[in-house]
Design a protein around this ligand. Sequence first.
Ligand code: ZN
Length: 160
Amino acid sequence: MTISDNSVASFHYTLTDSSGQVLDSSEGKEPLSYLHGAGNIIPGLEKHLAGKTVGDKLSVSVPPAEAYGERDERMVQELPASMFSGVDKIEAGMEFHAQTEQGTQIVKVSSVEGDTVTVDGNHPLAGMSLNFDVEITDVRDATQEEKDHGHVHGPGGHEH
Ligand code: ZN
């Protein structure tokens, strides 16, 4: 069977950036499973998996707009260190949950200079073109419960 809406597909993948650096990979792990047509994975990859079947291999280049979006510099903010009271030492790379108008967001500290902390609420992969090397390992029909929930249950999916 081929991948279409309400298929559960599993695949191994290697994700590289435009310079060829590996950002993520399923190597040595379970394949990633997702419910096709439910927005579980980025749109630029999902559309290329439609119609594929077990054993198919593909290389897909996804522009930022179909991956994690363009970077938004308005999501970069300078904050006084006093806002981080309760944190022993603020360092670049730390992540915090922040309440914003869009709900809870993860912001990452990009730099600390004196009493000024620069935080970035962009997704780490925002603004990047992403290259996926994919091998399809399984395709099956989703169960009714999976369709109702909008995600995959069992290995590689939600356990609940
Ligand atoms: Zn569920």
